[in-house]
Design a protein around this ligand. Structure first.
Ligand SMILES: [Mn+2]
Length: 337
């Protein structure tokens, strides 16, 4: 059910889940593939609540955890199977917008007598016997906080830390529009007097590696400006990776250093990959619909962030794509690409 906080109906759903939690003996939880801070944070918060409440909780996860979140207390308790000899009273599905991405996870989910689906996206409805899908919540962790604090059991430090990391990462460290007063209020209560937020920030966001810094530096050093600074582009050749030893994944996020330049409309990063192909990342800061442009090159994405893979040399592809972006600039701009 799609309900909003605060409302009597929302309270009713929360109370219902609290009753199920208190009555349950064996609980398990599952989240979307390649867990992020919110998915894993909500699973581990539930795990730590269960520890405090004297309940058995299995945290299911089938993938390797990214370093930014694998340090969370309890992350080493994740497992890829459910014990066959246990009857589960209750299961939680955290954050599942696309059922087709879930594979066998949905089957696992249905193995409990009562199933609860929590999400702050309205994607698939009706997966659980109880569902709280609330778009106004900053994160799944914010919804889970509303439930756990209502149980009356004091939230342990580990539980609060997991919830905090979920809210922090989903709000981009409290920068995005979903950093609502409610998200801040919940974060304040989670911090209490014992979470050290700068330590958490550093381990999540300032835990980079040397090669990543080198490859991002190459992207920044090569930045070229077009159309009076409205378009900024940079590139990486195959040789940049062999020369430095950096992996392609190290270049992830490098386009952000370009898209935060004042006054630009679009940022582009061209990355040569094997077989004479160029991966292009597009970012728009406002009016240019980069999804539309990337579609012309058989790519896709969102209005403000998209990508495509194009055959050709770096030089040819850069020229073609920069021209296409220049042509899509708001009226009054001169194309000099
Ligand atoms: Mn989320």
């Amino acid at each position: 059910m799609n309900v909003s906080w605060p409302s009597p109906e929302y309270d009713r759903q929360i109370d219902l889940i609290c009753d199920k939690l208190k009555g349950a003996r064996n609980i398990f939880c599952i989240a979307h593939p390649y867990a992020d801070g919110d998915a894993l944070g909500s699973q581990l918060a539930l795990y730590h609540w269960c520890l405090s409440a004297g309940k058995n909780c299995v945290v299911l996860n089938f993938d390797a955890l990214p370093e930014q979140i694998s340090w969370l207390p309890g992350a080493n308790r994740c497992r890829a199977d459910l014990p066959e000899d246990i009857n589960f009273d209750l299961a939680f599905l955290m954050e599942t917008t696309e059922a087709r991405r879930m594979g066998e996870r949905v089957e696992f989910f249905k193995r409990a007598a009562t199933t609860v689906h929590l999400d702050h996206h309205i994607g698939v409805t009706g997966l659980g016997t109880i569902n709280i899908l609330e778009e106004k919540a900053s994160s799944t962790c914010e919804i889970l906080y509303n439930i756990l604090e209502r149980t009356g059991i004091e939230l342990s430090r580990d539980c609060r830390e997991a919830l905090y990391v979920g809210i922090m990462t989903d709000t981009g460290n409290f920068r995005f529009n979903n950093s609502t007063p409610r998200a801040h209020e919940v974060a304040a209560r989670l911090i209490g007097n014992d979470l050290v937020v700068d330590d958490i920030y550093k381990i999540v966001y300032e835990n980079t590696n040397y090669l990543r810094v080198v490859i991002h530096g190459t992207v920044m050093a090569r930045a070229r400006s077009f159309n009076d600074g409205k378009v900024v582009a940079s590139w990486l050749a195959l040789d940049d990776f062999t020369r430095t030893g950096a992996a392609e994944v190290d270049a992830d996020g490098a386009i952000r250093n370009l898209s935060c330049i004042k006054g630009i409309e679009a940022a582009l990063l061209f990355k040569e990959v094997e077989g004479g192909k160029i991966k292009v990342s597009f970012r728009s800061t406002g009016q240019v619909d980069v999804m539309e442009i990337s579609r012309k090159f058989n790519g896709g994405g969102h209005r403000n962030a998209s990508g495509a893979q194009i055959d050709g040399s770096l030089e040819e592809v850069m020229h073609t794509v920069v021209s296409a972006v220049a042509a899509a600039l708001p009226p009054g701009e001169i194309c000099n690409a």
